[in-house]
Design a protein around this ligand. Structure first.
Ligand SMILES: *[C@@H]1O[C@H](CO)[C@@H](O)[C@H](O)[C@H]1NC(C)=O
Ligand SMILES: *[C@@H]1O[C@H](CO)[C@@H](O)[C@H](O)[C@H]1NC(C)=O
Ligand SMILES: *[C@@H]1O[C@H](CO)[C@@H](O)[C@H](O)[C@H]1NC(C)=O
Ligand SMILES: *[C@@H]1O[C@H](CO)[C@@H](O)[C@H](O)[C@H]1NC(C)=O
Ligand SMILES: *[C@@H]1O[C@H](CO)[C@@H](O)[C@H](O)[C@H]1NC(C)=O
Ligand SMILES: *[C@@H]1O[C@H](CO)[C@@H](O)[C@H](O)[C@H]1NC(C)=O
Ligand SMILES: *[C@@H]1O[C@H](CO)[C@@H](O)[C@H](O)[C@H]1NC(C)=O
Ligand SMILES: *[C@@H]1O[C@H](CO)[C@@H](O)[C@H](O)[C@H]1NC(C)=O
Ligand SMILES: *[C@@H]1O[C@H](CO)[C@@H](O)[C@H](O)[C@H]1NC(C)=O
Ligand SMILES: *[C@@H]1O[C@H](CO)[C@@H](O)[C@H](O)[C@H]1NC(C)=O
Ligand SMILES: *[C@@H]1O[C@H](CO)[C@@H](O)[C@H](O)[C@H]1NC(C)=O
Length: 701
């Protein structure tokens, strides 16, 4: 309750402090069907606009009356019956169908200060009689958009002696301004609007009061002669608009005498060249507008030379900033005090870093720079290098994809940044100023929404109030999601760069280790074999050339475990019957000793190595290992120590490269179950082993 009261109280204060125009407006005049016709603000202001009225209704106490956009046709004293208070100070009857205004009607309002007759079908003659009896207190008269055919001294002669300061004459059909005496009648006129006519000649008497003259959108082909031998026509003129005219040659002799001129607008004219020192004689000129010049094709050195110039607007000229169109190094020569520069919508893309440096070094006091729509692909370093006073930077609608980290570090006073419509994909704290910003616009950039964008999202949320178009136009390029709605798993991103590098490295090493391990496992027999070979060579080196007397066995038999019984009864026993010393690990290996070591020792200690090939043999990894070792020994010793016995048909599946090599020369003994063949095979075997003769140092017992 308390808070509601407080809120009401605050609101009351706000209302009471608000300016008159913001006071509550309430309907105060109704038609027969109780529909509101007028709205009152309680301070004498009554607005009856836009109800098709052809009469003036009964009004409450009114001092300022607006009857805009109605159907009034004739204004005379008869019409005033419903107005009790004739002390109107403000009357707006614009946009009606008024053809005739009785001089008695105007004469009634002795205190009238502002009269707006805009957009009514009043002719020269009617206007002249209408204003005949006008109040001498009138200050502002608007007679734009009438059907006035020409302008001459006579038209406003009835205003002789009035205190008029502002006169609006825009959008009539004047072809010339023939005011040879006009300022004799309008001695207090400060502001004259003549835009939207067809004026191509301008003749006026001298005025010391005139401060602002608008001749925009007329048919002038040259600058009117504001200067003559007798001095300036308007010595106190501060603002001159001659934009949107057909002026192709800027004759500064007609302007240079205007010592008090502050603002000059020559936009949208047909000037082709801005010559050196064009404005240097306008001693008080501070603002210059030269925008939208379709024909502009060259800016000479020192074109803007002027120590008084503070603001230059040369936007929308579509001028290529290159040496053939602009004297890059000196165009802004002599503009030492320039503060505001707008070059929006020109081609700036061809300027190199060095050009920017030259261009900007002449205007290092800039506080505002607008290079939007400039076809820029990079941010010129010259801006932070040269423009240390910059407060506002606008680079909207270019092709910039990157803000160099620390870019704003030397822009100590930057408060407003416009980067909308570029190609920025991400941004972090190094790329934005550390100073307090008043305004930031990053809308319409193709943001890439990964972990790198988290900082920006956070920043935008925190600074919502200064960020324009947020959140609606801050969108991820790929997913079309708004940055604000993005749901990146924060914890997964919290891992810093270093940690993630560590993780990446360890992941890599783990993968590598796994690969190595699996490789080792896959090739474990080969690896063991390689190790053995190294060992073997060393042993050979130590023992010197192996002599037959050093052999402990005649033959080392390698067979699959499942074939052992067969091999034992069919081969081992038979060989031992023939007095051969046979080693077969399944029987002879000493328990407890490492299988691999004993295998190596015994194989090396045998004159021959017999491989009993079978399908199970081929599939057995241990047998594979023994095969490799035997083959390699064979190669090292240079003569065949291998005896290959095939005890069953090897199926196609098991025919690997090694087996193929072993059997390819038919250099093997087939141990068939057939008894006859069996005996032949045994005989061959005995001959093979015995061929070397049995010379064994440790005959088995
Ligand atoms: C005065 O106002 C009434 C309605 O408010 C209207 O009907 C009448 O025509 C007005 N009189 C004049 C002279 O305009
Ligand atoms: C001027 O206006 C007053 C008041 O309406 C009127 O009495 C007087 O006749 C008017 N004078 C002329 C010349 O119209
Ligand atoms: C304008 O008014 C002044 C006096 O206020 C008078 O001397 C002058 O003759 C008038 N000019 C014309 C053209 O009526
Ligand atoms: C000028 O007047 C014409 C009609 O007379 C209107 O259509 C046009 O909008 C006006 N232009 C301006 C700038 O007021
Ligand atoms: C300007 O107007 C004055 C007074 O009407 C006249 O004497 C003069 O010849 C005019 N000048 C031009 C260039 O029309
Ligand atoms: C420039 O304008 C100022 C006031 O705005 C004035 O005091 C000063 O005299 C003017 N300078 C010149 C050279 O006229
Ligand atoms: C100057 O004229 C141009 C073209 O008419 C207009 O767009 C611009 O607003 C004007 N500049 C100023 C400062 O009045
Ligand atoms: C710049 O303008 C000043 C003042 O008019 C003048 O003295 C100076 O010579 C001009 N500089 C150049 C390089 O033209
Ligand atoms: C720029 O202007 C200077 C001085 O007027 C001149 O010496 C130089 O040649 C000009 N540069 C170009 C590229 O026109
Ligand atoms: C920054 O702005 C302040 C106040 O506007 C001014 O005093 C100061 O010189 C400026 N600093 C720079 C480096 O432009
Ligand atoms: C910030 O962005 C820049 C440019 O993309 C990058 O070089 C830098 O590593 C980023 N810094 C941090 C802390 O993310």
């Amino acid at each position: 309750m308390k808070s509601i009261l407080l809120a009401c109280f605050i609101q009351l204060i706000v209302i009471c402090h608000g300016s008159k125009e913001y006071r509550l407006r309430q309907p105060c005049v109704f038609d027969s069907s109780r529909k509101p016709l007028c709205w009152c603000s309680g301070n004498g202001y009554t607005d009856c606009s836009g109800h098709g009225l052809n009469y003036i209704p009964v009004l409450p106490k009114t001092t300022r009356l607006k009857l805009r956009n109605n159907n009034l046709e004739i204004l005379n004293v008869e019409m005033l019956k419903n107005i009790s208070n004739k002390q109107l100070t403000y009357l707006d009857v614009s946009k009606n169908r008024i053809k005739k205004i009785g001089s008695d009607f105007i004469g009634v309002f002795k205190r009238l200060q502002t009269l707006n007759l805009n957009v009514n079908p009043l002719t020269n003659e009617e206007l002249k009689t209408s204003i005949k009896n006008i109040s001498t207190s009138l200050q502002k008269l608007f007679i734009s958009g009438l059907t006035l055919s020409h302008f001459d001294d006579d038209l406003l002669k009835p205003l002789n002696g009035s205190k008029i300061t502002v006169l609006g004459l825009t959008n009539n059909s004047f072809h010339g301004f023939n005011g040879g005496h006009i300022f004799n009648y309008l001695k207090y006129l400060t502001t004259l609007y003549l835009s939207y006519n067809h004026i191509n000649s301008f003749n006026a008497s001298r005025s010391y009061s005139l401060k602002q003259l608008s001749l925009s959108r007329n048919d002038l082909t040259e600058v009117p002669p504001f200067c003559s031998t007798s001095g300036a026509l308007f010595p106190n003129l501060k603002t001159l608009y001659i934009d949107q005219n057909c002026i192709s040659v800027l004759n500064m002799n007609n302007l240079n005498c205007l010592d008090n001129l502050i603002l000059l607008n020559i936009s949208a004219t047909r000037i082709e060249t801005l010559k050196s020192n064009t404005f240097s004689k306008l001693r008080n000129l501070t603002a210059l507008s030269v925008q939208h010049m379709e024909g502009l094709n060259y800016i000479e050195s020192y074109a803007f030379n002027s120590s008084s110039l503070r603001r230059i607007n040369i936007r929308d000229n579509e001028l290529q900033f290159s040496e053939s169109n602009v004297n890059i190094s000196l165009a802004f020569g002599g503009c030492a005090n320039l503060k505001v520069l707008d070059i929006t919508n020109n081609f700036l893309g061809k300027l190199r870093e060095a050009d920017w440096e030259l261009l900007l070094s002449k205007i290092s006091k800039l506080t505002y720079l607008d290079i939007s729509l400039g076809h820029l692909l990079y941010l010129p370093k010259a801006i932070p290098n040269v423009l240390h006073n910059l407060k506002e930077l606008r680079v909207s609608d270019n092709g910039i994809d990157f803000i160099p980290p620390g870019y704003f570090n030397t822009l100590y006073n930057i408060t407003d940044i416009y980067f909308n419509g570029n190609k920025l994909t991400t941004l972090n704290h190094t790329q934005l100023p550390t100073t307090k910003l008043h305004h930031l616009n990053l809308a319409y950039n193709p943001f890439v929404c990964d972990c790198n964008i988290l900082w920006l999202i956070n920043y935008l949320k925190l600074h919502k109030r200064i960020v324009s178009y947020y959140p609606s136009h801050y969108i991820c390029a790929d997913s079309k999601l708004r940055l604000e709605d993005l749901n990146i798993e924060k914890r997964s991103c919290l891992i810093g760069e270093q940690t993630s590098t560590i993780i990446k490295c360890s992941c890599f090493s783990v993968t590598l280790i796994l690969l190595i391990i699996s490789g080792v496992y896959r090739y474990r027999w080969r690896l063991r074999y390689v190790m053995h070979i190294l060992n073997y060579k060393r042993r050979k080196y130590i023992n010197g050339n192996m002599k037959s007397s050093n052999f402990s066995h005649d033959v080392y038999i390698s067979c699959a475990e499942s074939d052992f019984n067969f091999v034992y009864s069919n081969i081992v026993e038979k060989l031992e019957e023939n007095n051969f010393n046979v080693y077969i690990s399944e029987r002879d290996s000493v328990g407890g000793s490492l299988k691999i070591t004993s295998t190596l020792e015994n194989m090396d200690g045998s004159r021959f190595v017999m491989l009993c090939l079978s399908n199970s043999y081929v599939q057995d990894h241990w047998c594979e290992y023994e095969t490799y070792m035997a083959m390699e020994r064979s190669i090292y010793e240079g003569h065949d120590v291998l005896i290959v016995v095939v005890i069953e048909d090897i199926s196609i599946v098991n025919m690997n490269k090694t087996v193929h090599k072993l059997v390819k020369n038919n250099n093997f003994i087939l141990w068939e179950t057939n008894k006859e063949v069996h005996r032949l095979s045994l005989r061959r075997l005995v001959r093979l082993i015995g061929g070397e003769n049995t010379n064994i140092c440790n005959p088995s017992t």
